[in-house]
Design a protein around this ligand. Structure first.
Ligand SMILES: [Zn+2]
Length: 71
């Protein structure tokens, strides 16, 4: 995957954590419940998550692949 900012080849890896992660339009106050047009990336509040991601350490950008998620 090419970095959309600098065009260099990005490094493949994962975004990992142990609570929900979502791409949202605006900050959610209490529960991370995606609204219209928003995408829940992982819904495993009691375990860890692992989402395929590419990183450009030059631009400090991360691209996620949410294929396979219900979102
Ligand atoms: Zn870049």
């Amino acid at each position: 995957m090419k970095c959309p900012v600098c065009g260099r080849e990005m490094e493949q890896g994962f975004l990992q954590g142990n609570q929900r992660i979502a791409w949202v339009k605006k900050r959610h106050k209490v529960f991370l419940l995606p609204g219209e047009g928003e995408v829940l990336l992982e819904n495993n509040a009691f375990g860890s998550f692992l989402v395929p991601a590419w990183i450009c350490k030059e631009c400090q950008k991360v691209i996620l692949d949410y294929a396979g998620q219900s979102g």
